[in-house]
Design a protein around this ligand. Sequence first.
Ligand SMILES: Cc1cc2nc3c(=O)[nH]c(=O)nc-3n(C[C@H](O)[C@H](O)[C@H](O)COP(=O)(O)OP(=O)(O)OC[C@H]3O[C@@H](n4cnc5c(N)ncnc54)[C@H](O)[C@@H]3O)c2cc1C
Length: 405
Amino acid sequence: MTTAPAAPAAATGAAPAYTQPDYYQLDELLSDEHKLIRQSVRDWMLARLDPIIDDLAQRSECPTHLIPEMAQLGLFGPHIPTEYGGGGLDQIAYGLIMQEVERCDSGIRSMCSVQSSLVMYPIWKYGSEAQRQKYLPKLASGEWMGCFGLTEPNHGSNPGGMTTHFTDDGDHVILTGSKMWISNSPFAQLAVVWAKNPEGRIQGLIVERGMAGFTTPEIHRKWSLRASATGELVFDHVRVPKANILPNVIGLKGPLGCLDSARYGIAWGAIGAAMSCYDTALRYAKERIQFDRPIAGFQLTQKKLAEMITEITKAQLLTWRLGVLKNADRATTAQISMAKRNNVAMALDIAREARQILGGMGIVGDYPIMRHMMNLESVVTYEGTHDIHLLITGLDITGENAFKG
Ligand SMILES: Cc1cc2nc3c(=O)[nH]c(=O)nc-3n(C[C@H](O)[C@H](O)[C@H](O)COP(=O)(O)OP(=O)(O)OC[C@H]3O[C@@H](n4cnc5c(N)ncnc54)[C@H](O)[C@@H]3O)c2cc1C
């Protein structure tokens, strides 16, 4: 009788093992600072979250108790200037941080992405100086967590059709409507909400918990991103001070600009999830004996593993180059779409193949693969679905818009 290889050390509480694939020696493209940042995030994730992440996901619990430590590590607003409490780091560093967080779990990366790219970024980019001073240091330190309200029950891929709106009320506005599928909403202290003004143009507002008529019911029974809290935002005639309107952007380009930043982070993050699945499957295949030899020796297992490392390497190159362009402020929305779409699909395919390599053991929480796979089913849909991103590439190369009537 053969026995399955031991579960990964992280699941048993022992010192965790993880080997990063770097088939093309891409580390040579990184600075010492990049590598140091990556290592410090990886060490923290391995020590503090890997040992508990399966349990959190099984119980559908978000580790909000770790928010202060995550803030201290620099996970919130790494690309926001230091004068507002951010990390002042470049885009490659931001990407590497997202990669290391998602190597552990896409839900935790979602929490960090939302805080950094969908809450801090719009306040920094589109906010007044008073709004920046008031909110950004609190968000960087994790004292306050934020969420981003764009999607509505009847408007997902087509956010421009949103019905959430506000009317004038002197030095306030009255906000009415609802948002759906909002990451972090159940515990966030503030929401960056996109709504139509009396002229029907989209504007961003900062809505704080405690404002009368504002509630954040949680969405339960998810099979995906179970360690990330998701909810609704309900605005029942909420009086919001006009001082909370983001003054420096109007129209859909406001939320889309934030999504560019978040999708860029997702492109890196998905590589982390793929690396975790590949590393787990490779180790398992070398140890698991069937027919008196390691299953790594069978051609069909090698085909799976060889294709995985090929796809990870291609995604790393694509994403590193995108980071270089982003650092120079030259990355286009369509280029970011391509990387988000490619890398998430790549990670999902790898998770599915890796699960097969583990056989029955692939479905249990002792290994991270099934959790990654289920998480990636959300990542492939949120921040623009797989198909919408394809059509963005189609629009970019043909000039014909196939997704808008
Ligand atoms: C766990 C989770 C967390 C999320 N977090 C947030 C958040 O923090 N903030 C936020 O604002 N939103 C969030 N979202 C919402 C997410 O961005 C939307 O789910 C996504 O944009 C898709 O919208 P939808 O679900 O309404 O699907 P739909 O838009 O209804 O799409 C359904 C299907 O139709 C296809 N489709 C739609 N239009 C076209 C077209 N023109 N051509 C071809 N195919 C089309 C889509 O590709 C998809 O396959 C989250 C979602 C999930 C699942």
